[in-house]
Every structure is written in structure tokens, then in C-alpha cells.
Design a protein around this ligand. Structure first.
Ligand code: CP
Length: 322
């Protein structure tokens, strides 16, 4: 594996999930694999889980880790080609990425969308340039359109908490309210991974969202799309709660009809569903406290599994570097 940007970078999904769960049961099984190798984590945006879990995963593999908060500590980056840099940007992504590639064996990058220009965000120009210029394997720590480490974690968590063998679990991605316009990266990525998992017989997948909040079709091929939350979550085994802003009316938030927050009474419609969220979550806006604090919430276990997702991916990359 030389890049981890989307589910397309994974040849055998089930095998990667198994490997992550094996690492969970034996974290130091490959503790020398990353000895004398350096992981650089570059953040253009804030992070708690991605930063700490990826560092922890690298430590388990014997790697050294350097973290760069580029947005606060780095030079202002120019990402466009062919411009005269006579404004506020100080360093071009071409040099910055190439230099970081000199110091690191593997690089991770987080870069959120600006939510102003859909074409620009969905072209993933900055991410692709970073991959091209740094010349070392790159892990996405969340890009404009996807969050693959989160999605791998989510699949690991579903596998871990689904013990039935007779049928695959019904998994529902449920849009939730928010006061800010959030990117589509997490739901795009979750949908993309669940559609692949569904095609491989691992889950049955439904997406529930209000009208006007459809995700891009490239991520939802094969999913059941429903505009009624109550209808969608009937018989669900896992409900994945997440807000996103409109893709159609790009980056906008619109008033929605009816209540979209999951609370205990809503959860009663499910098949005793476990409730997931990538975090951070706004209590009693996105998801009721009574659910977050109750026995059906998996959000903390899910965040814990971020370590094993990152470790499985880093292990694959390190094996390739040997
Ligand atoms: N879920 C997630 O990626 O968390 P952070 O933004 O805190 O890294």
C-alpha cells in the first residue's frame, strides 16, 4: 500500500479489518517493523482522535513520529500553480511537500474543504499535489471529500460488535441536525466503505437524510436512500449519526421538516441498535445525551478503534518499505 486515500486503496477489505482486530489483541506484534522509520503528521485543521490515535499506532510499530500543525506553525501555503506569489502565501506546496518527504518515510495529511467551490473541493487538488510532490507513502488524515481512517475504524467496530453469522447487520447512516455547515467527508467516506462492504456481503446499508441533503452519487451506489428517519431506522442494528451540509446547494444548510435527532424513543424503533458517531459530537443537538450516556452508544469504543485502523494501514505501508 503506497497511499491510503479511499477504499479503492484497499485490495481485501475483510482481511484489513481482521488484521486490525488481530493488532488490537496483540498491539506489539510488529513492534520492530517501524524501527528507525519516521512518520510525519501534517495538520491544516484541528484534530483530537486522528492525531493521537495515529501517533499511538506508530508508537506500537516502533516508529518515530513528528507532528506539524501547519495551519498554526507553518508558513502560509500556496496551493495553486502558475500564480505570482505576491500575496499572503509564503511557501508553495511543491517545495513544502517535497521537503517533508525528505524528513519522513511516511506522511499523513489532514486538509478540510473550504465549502465554497464544490468543483475545487471535490477535485482534491491540494491532496493530490501533496501525494505527487512528497514522493513517500501518504495516509489521508481526512481530506476534502473522505475520511478513510475513520471509515475503516467504523467497519472494524461493526465487525467487532456484530456476532451473528446468519445475516449481515442493517447499518443506517442517519443525518443529524447541526448549527454549522460541516463537510461531507465523513458521510461520503462512510457511505463509500459501506457500499463496498455491502457488495461483499458484510452489511446491508441504508442512508436517511432530509430532502436537499443527498450525497454525491459516486459515494452512495447500492445504498437504500430514504427521507424518513423513522422508516430508515426500523430494524436497524447500527445507526451511524452524522451531520453534513448540502452537496447540491454546496456547503449550505437549510431548515428541515420534522425532528432528526436520535433519542431513546427513536432508538426503540430499531433492532436494539448500537449508536455510532465519529466525534466530536454536539450533545442534544446532533444526538441526545440519554443515548450518548446509555448502554447502546459505541462512540468511545469506536474512537478507541481508531488506533487499530491506523496501525493496520501503517503496518501495510511499512511492509512495503522493507
Ligand atoms: N473523528 C475524528 O476524526 O476526530 P478528530 O477530528 O478529533 O481527529
Amino acid at each position: 500500500m503506497t497511499q491510503f486515500f479511499s477504499v479503492a486503496d484497499v485490495d481485501n477489505l475483510s482481511q484489513l479489518v481482521d488484521e486490525a482486530l488481530q493488532l488490537k489483541s496483540n498491539p506489539f506484534a510488529a513492534e520492530n517493523l517501524g524501527k528507525r522509520k519516521t512518520l510525519g503528521l501534517v495538520f491544516l485543521n484541528p484534530s483530537l482522535r486522528t492525531r493521537l490515535s495515529t501517533q499511538k499506532a506508530a508508537i506500537h510499530l516502533g516508529m518515530d513520529v513528528m507532528v506539524m500543525n501547519m495551519d498554526k506553525e507553518g508558513w502560509a501555503l500556496e496551493t495553486k500553480d502558475g500564480v505570482v506569489m505576491d500575496g499572503n502565501t509564503v511557501e508553495h506546496i511543491r517545495e513544502a511537500a517535497a521537503v517533508m518527504g525528505q524528513y519522513c518515510d511516511i506522511l499523513g495529511l489532514r486538509s478540510f474543504p473550504k465549502l465554497q467551490d464544490r468543483e475545487e473541493d471535490y477535485s482534491e487538488g491540494l491532496f493530490r499535489k501533496f501525494i505527487d510532490y512528497c514522493k513517500v507513502p501518504v495516509i489521508s488524515l481526512e481530506s476534502a471529500t473522505r475520511h478513510p481512517l475513520q471509515s475503516l475504524t467504523d467497519l472494524i467496530t461493526i465487525r467487532e460488535y456484530w456476532q451473528e453469522t446468519i445475516r449481515p447487520p442493517k447499518v443506517v447512516l442517519a443525518w443529524a441536525p447541526h448549527i454549522k455547515a460541516l463537510p461531507q467527508a465523513v458521510p461520503n467516506s462512510f457511505a463509500e466503505w459501506m457500499c463496498r462492504a455491502q457488495a461483499e456481503g458484510m452489511v446491508n446499508f441504508t442512508i436517511a437524510h432530509p430532502k436537499g441533503y443527498a450525497l454525491a452519487e459516486e459515494f452512495t451506489d447500492g445504498a437504500d436512500l430514504i427521507h424518513s428517519l423513522d422508516e430508515a431506522i426500523k430494524g436497524a442494528d447500527f445507526v451511524y449519526v452524522k451531520n453534513w451540509s448540502s452537496y447540491e446547494d454546496y456547503g449550505k444548510i437549510h431548515p428541515v421538516e420534522g425532528k432528526w435527532m436520535i433519542d431513546s424513543s427513536r432508538l426503540a424503533l430499531t433492532n436494539g441498535a448500537k449508536v455510532m458517531h465519529c466525534l466530536p459530537v454536539r450533545r442534544d443537538l446532533e444526538l441526545a445525551s440519554e443515548v450518548l450516556d446509555g448502554p447502546d452508544a459505541l462512540v468511545i469504543q469506536e474512537a478507541g478503534n481508531r488506533v487499530w485502523a491506523a496501525q493496520a494501514v501503517l503496518k501495510r505501508m511499512l511492509e512495503q518499505l522493507q
